[in-house]
Design a binder for this molecule. Structure first.
Ligand code: PMT
Length: 222
């Protein structure tokens, strides 16, 4: 399909993992490479959108002509996203945000004799649910990374987080998900759904954006 124009649309997108420091040399994180989110950011720019990308630590070059805000922790990502959320038309949460952070960051490197000690965790803010809770909320698209029962968990997140759409992907498989060049998506919105078969993330990004643009215009008729 021809890419739908996104000219005039302000898109805010998060990508990559967050890092939650334990001490000056260690952190808790996850396997996100940022490839899915960066592919969407680039595809949206190609379609004419004005794109702001809030990125966790990744090994990808900053895309041309996109405003990139680099963050490390979930709390920093929360602050950066909330700072831009009221000024965007569409928010896509492709980042793999750590749900928990160490309750205290140790000032000095944790020593070997403490290896059996317990790490206390505190819950991080839910960024996408906070965006979806704004009174002037943008069109909000979440991702769901699941190892099984994709449809159930994704539909639950769509409802619980009050999202307009959710793109669910399987992780922990041989192909697709984290750190792969390819991915497949099962997309849900209230009252409907669509499957996108395994393909390059760059191609998948265009397919997903066409669907998002269509649903965005249905909700916000000119
Ligand atoms: O980066 P890649 O290597 O290319 O891999 C892509 C991906 C698998 C990371 C991506 O496609 C993906 O699924 N991203 C979301 C991963 C995730 O954290 O899913 P979740 O089911 O835990 O979270 C659901 C939604 O809530 C997501 O939109 C997430 O960004 C958001 N969230 C979660 C927790 C939190 N504290 N704040 C959030 O905003």
């Amino acid at each position: 399909a021809q890419p739908k124009s996104m000219r005039g649309i302000k898109l805010l997108i998060s990508a990559g993992p967050t890092r939650e420091p334990l001490d000056p040399v260690r952190y808790i994180s996850n396997r996100s490479s940022g490839k899915m989110g960066y592919s969407i950011a680039k595809a949206a720019r190609q379609a004419g959108a004005d794109v702001t990308l809030v990125s966790g630590p990744v090994n990808l070059p900053p895309p041309d002509d996109i405003d990139v805000i680099s963050v490390e922790t979930a709390q920093q990502m929360f602050a950066a996203v909330m700072n831009h959320a009221t000024r965007c038309d569409i928010y896509i949460g492709a980042a793999a945000v750590a749900d928990y952070r160490p309750a205290r960051m140790q000032e000095h490197k944790i020593k070997k004799h403490m290896a059996d000690s317990v790490i206390e965790l505190s819950q991080n803010p839910d960024i996408i649910a906070s965006v979806a809770g704004l009174s002037a909320k943008p069109f909000v698209v979440g991702f769901a990374a699941e190892t099984d029962d994709l449809e159930n968990y994704a539909s639950q997140k769509l409802r619980d987080k009050n999202l307009d759409m959710i793109a669910a992907n399987l992780v922990g498989q041989d192909e697709g998900g984290f750190d792969s060049e390819r991915n497949a998506l099962q997309v849900f919105w209230p009252g409907g759904g669509q499957h996108f078969a395994m393909t390059e993330k760059n191609h998948l990004a265009h397919q997903l954006l066409n669907l998002i643009t269509e649903k965005f215009h249905e909700k916000n008729p000119a």
